[in-house]
Design a protein. Structure first.
Ligand code: ATR
Length: 267
């Protein structure tokens, strides 16, 4: 039986084992997919032991995506842009890394939600690791402009300077957001699962606006968006499933169906 796992800390909440078992069942593939809790001190050794003992593929989650990037022999262009990986596999004793987070988000938004990002005005709230992972794939969709706002302004500036190619990333303060409206607003802060209300002005919600939260439960942000008549709201469940599907393709070279995955878990 082929061995897979997801490594993180905390890890007990991870839905990756259920998702990958459901994908594998579609093709009649027998897999073992575990959750592994690591610490900063033993992370590298845990990864090396996993592959030395015949493991085929790993998903990497918070807080190890950057450390995992550093231990790869080869990484994809998207991973290099993000400086982080969420998928690892081993071939000829070399560790390869990729990042499917941003592509998973883009697939969910453009295909599942049928929302084209091209030429749109996008607002991203946050400037942490999650934003570093999604910025390049969103830029590839050729939005009109991406505005970044973050509680710590300087972190948004740093991200802008790292990713800006055609002057299409701007930085704003929370208090300035009422000066523009947006077609797509993405909450990429870690407030999603907490009871925190972001200081946003309802005027930023443009016509036909999609408000998306990367966290996979309905958040205060989505509640705010609904109350203020956003055309569409979505949590990150679709992104979670699509990034997993892209990992599955990397490992098994088969594209799983993502319809109805985790229906019971999220019911
Ligand atoms: P992740 O990997 O989930 O992005 P992270 O790198 O720790 O985690 O980043 C968390 C993001 O959520 C940051 O943008 C953080 O803002 P700061 O850079 O100012 O810390 C944002 N965040 C966390 N708590 C917040 C809060 N109460 N209000 C606004 N933003 C918050």
């Amino acid at each position: 039986m082929k061995k897979f796992a997801v490594i993180g800390n905390p890890i007990s909440h991870s839905l990756s084992p259920q998702i990958h078992q459901q994908f594998a069942a579609e093709f009649g593939i027998d897999i073992c997919y575990e959750r592994i809790k690591a610490s900063e001190d033993d992370f590298k050794q845990v990864v090396l032991n996993f592959f030395a003992n015949g493991g085929v593929g790993l998903n990497i989650t918070v807080p190890f995506k950057h450390m995992a990037y550093d231990l790869c022999t080869k990484t994809s262009k998207i991973s290099k842009k993000a400086g982080a990986v969420n998928v690892l596999f081993c071939k000829d004793n070399l560790i390869y890394g990729d990042n499917t987070d941003g592509a998973g988000l883009v697939y969910d938004v453009t295909k599942n939600l049928n929302f084209s990002i091209k030429d749109k005005d996008v607002l991203i709230i946050g400037a942490g690791g999650a934003v570093a992972g999604i910025l390049y794939p969103i830029l590839q969709q050729k939005p009109n402009v991406i505005t970044l706002i973050n509680r710590t302004y300087q972190k948004a500036i740093t991200l802008r300077d790292r990713f800006n190619e055609n002057d299409n990333i701007k930085v704003a303060n929370f208090k300035d957001t009422n000066k523009a409206t947006y077609n797509l607003i993405i909450n990429a802060t870690s407030t999603g699962l907490k009871n925190i209300v972001l200081p946003l002005d309802k005027k930023i919600i443009g016509k036909n606006c999609l408000c998306y939260d990367l966290s996979y439960k309905d958040s205060k942000f989505l509640q705010w968006a609904k109350e203020n008549n956003a055309k569409k709201i979505a949590n990150g469940k679709g992104m979670l499933i699509e990034q997993a599907a892209l990992s599955f393709i990397i490992w098994h070279n088969k594209k799983p169906s993502t319809d109805g995955i985790l229906v019971e878990t999220f019911a």
